[in-house]
Ligand binder design. Sequence first.
Ligand SMILES: Cc1cc2nc3c(=O)[nH]c(=O)nc-3n(C[C@H](O)[C@H](O)[C@H](O)COP(=O)(O)O)c2cc1C
Length: 230
Amino acid sequence: MSQDVTFVNGFPFIPYHQPVRSASEMAERANRFFEEMSARRSIRDFSADPVDRIVVLKCIETATTAPSGANKQPYTFCLVSDPHLKKQIREAAEKEEYESYTKRMSDEWLDDIRPLQTDWHKPFLETAPYLIVVFKKAFDFAGAAKKNNYYVTESVGLACGFLLAALHQVGLAALTHTPSPMNFLSSILQRPENERPFLLIPVGYAAADALVPDIKRKPLSELLVEYVEN
Ligand SMILES: Cc1cc2nc3c(=O)[nH]c(=O)nc-3n(C[C@H](O)[C@H](O)[C@H](O)COP(=O)(O)O)c2cc1C
């Protein structure tokens, strides 16, 4: 332990050193990060070009720095590059997606996703060099005892947000995919009973001829309510 440790009611605390930045540097960083993140898009046409595994692992490690309820980090990231497993996942996902697109989705839902022009075919699940399958853990095991996790969905969602941001800023493409129901991921990847599939994220490079829907994001004015002193 470093020398800077202070004990608060017997628990170790260390100083936090806030980076000091000028107002102009902060504004410049805010603008630069906004521009970077606004350029992120969900990609559905991947190239098969290989991706450096170490880079993907670092992005996953970045995801684990997200805040989580009681610091429990209630998730498991499965990194799949085995072509046999990718094929199995694609076949199972397409089976569910066929049912969803032809029977399970409401007319309103189908209308809402029409601009994306998606259907039940998911070739990217085999083309993308990596699939990151994120599982959320409602509880953990300490030996035979169950240990609770807290705000599990919020915590896993935040970690996935960090992951998507990290992948984007290193120059990789990803898709947030939810071929619902996703139970097939638990059996194919042989996950334990305390884990439930959360997101399936293909990762790689966008195909050279990839197209993305020309959809718009809402302006901040529609999404923000400010409360200031009169
Ligand atoms: C929770 C969640 C689930 C999603 N599921 C799917 C999906 O199953 N298939 C898909 O093609 N896109 C899926 N998307 C991607 C959205 O369609 C996409 O984020 C949205 O259209 C905005 O486009 P953009 O990511 O390019 O900005 C999902 C996104 C989120 C956040």
